[in-house]
Design a binder for this molecule. Structure first.
Ligand code: FAD
Length: 389
């Protein structure tokens, strides 16, 4: 019996696995996913397509510039999935940052975003403060408005994967990656699907396992990076606040929290709790839910909504002594052989930058793969045209 042979096999159908498969159009590509597309972190994010205003404070200018560029591309190629929304930052007497600092940050953000429409910001006059969904106004010094974007993360992931399929990618789920053995210039992999163990051979193996990244490295007998998994929880409430995103600070520890419109109601998040267990078992903690509800009630004391559900996802961050909040959000690509890689593992990263990350992966793979007649330009593929199953 002949064995299936691929140029690229991707483990994980989150946004990164889907993105790499789409960028790999022209190659014989397989994606295996143990659960369902987008079932991991890529359905539990804050659903923001943004540069990350707060990353400016930790000097991550390159990441912010790249993400802002990606935001504009996604607004263009996925208009049904990514929409521009106004963000409001209320600044109070006791806020961690004074108005001048927010103004400075927003000015830099606008410049990095290219300065065109959609990057501008303004300060709302006092007469507008009473129209902000019941926002607490005592001690309020200023309210800034700027623009970023929002998406449905799971739907975006499915759309990118569907586009990859349109270009010939084979997607199998549920299919659990069991292990892989390096055989010189290829990997022989084993995965379990429909109760059977199947094998195939691939020139390149992509580990897009999100929080399971090191477990997959181990199963492929490959070295891994020291990481922390940091849990982030959101609560979903049954009534809207307004149609804008509020960027507020927790009154408890001044961490940033978003109060966002979501499916006609409200999403509030997120938290940062170091997680030391099996990623499969991640669940919102009672103290995280209390922290988010306390923040919501602090800023919107008359908000009448009730919590419907809570969900938690896991960030992959480099292991460091610094607090999770100030650690780098850059994606790290770990290769078995930097000159001619046959295994690339994707650590961390952002939903927003998935396309840029996928392009970097394909560039790194250049020496390991045969040339393709014509590379697709993923910044020109209309994602709203891809059927979302
Ligand atoms: C709380 C939180 C909020 C965030 N908010 C934002 C935001 O607003 N904007 C933004 O840009 N980014 C945000 N991020 C970051 C972003 O969500 C992640 O970087 C991104 O979703 C990670 O995608 P991924 O494909 O790497 O991982 P995942 O989506 O977790 O995908 C990994 C997949 O691998 C599969 N898998 C694992 N092991 C195996 C195996 N053995 N066999 C087969 N399949 C396997 C899993 O089932 C899973 O589907 C946030 C992250 C968190 C945690």
């Amino acid at each position: 019996m002949t064995e299936d042979r691929y140029d690229i096999a991707v483990v994980g159908a989150g946004i990164h696995g889907a993105g790499v498969a789409q960028a790999a159009a022209g190659y014989r590509t397989l994606v295996i996913e143990k659960s369902a597309p987008g079932a991991g972190t890529s359905s539990r994010s804050s659903k923001l397509i943004h540069g990350g205003l707060r990353y400016l404070e930790s000097g991550q200018l390159r990441l912010v510039r790249e993400s802002l560029r990606e935001r504009e591309i996604l607004l263009r190629i996925a208009p049904g999935l990514v929409r521009r929304v106004p963000f409001l930052i209320p600044v109070y007497q006791d806020s961690a940052r004074p108005p001048w600092k927010i103004r400075l940050g927003l000015s830099v953000y606008a410049v990095l975003g290219g300065g065109q429409r959609g990057t501008r910001f303004r300060s709302l006059g006092r007469n507008a403060w009473n129209t902000l969904g019941g926002l607490r106004t005592d001690g309020l010094r200023a309210v800034f408005e700027y623009w970023d974007a929002q998406t449905d993360d799971a739907a975006l992931t499915r759309a990118v994967l569907s586009s990859a399929r349109d270009y010939g990618t084979e997607v199998i789920y549920p299919a659990l990656f069991e292990d892989a053995v390096c055989e010189g210039d290829a990997y022989r992999i084993r995965y379990r699907a429909q109760g059977q163990v199947r094998t195939c051979v691939t020139t390149v193996l992509i580990n897009a396992g999100g929080p399971w990244v090191n477990e997959i490295q181990e199963r492929a007998q490959a070295p891994s990076l020291a990481i922390d998994l940091v849990q982030g929880t959101h609560i979903h409430l049954d009534r809207p606040v307004t149609d804008r995103v509020f960027y507020v600070e927790s009154p408890r520890d001044r961490r940033p929290v978003f109060v966002m419109p979501w499916r006609g109601a409200t999403l509030v998040g997120t938290t940062e709790t170091v997680f030391r267990s099996d990623p499969e078992s991640v669940l919102p903690l009672p103290q995280e839910i209390e922290y988010l509800e306390e923040t919501l009630r602090h800023y919107f004391p008359r908000y009448p909504g009730k919590r419907m559900e809570a969900m938690a996802g896991l960030r992959v961050l480099p292991k460091q002594a610094a607090s999770p909040q100030s650690r780098s959000r850059e994606t790290v690509l770990l290769c078995d052989d930097p000159a001619r890689p046959h295994l690339v593992a994707i650590y961390g990263g952002k939903l927003t930058a998935y396309r840029a990350t996928a392009a970097k992966v394909l560039r790194i793979l250049g020496p390991s793969l045969p040339p393709v007649a014509k590379r697709v330009r993923t910044d020109n593929i209309d994602l709203s045209a891809s059927a979302i199953d």
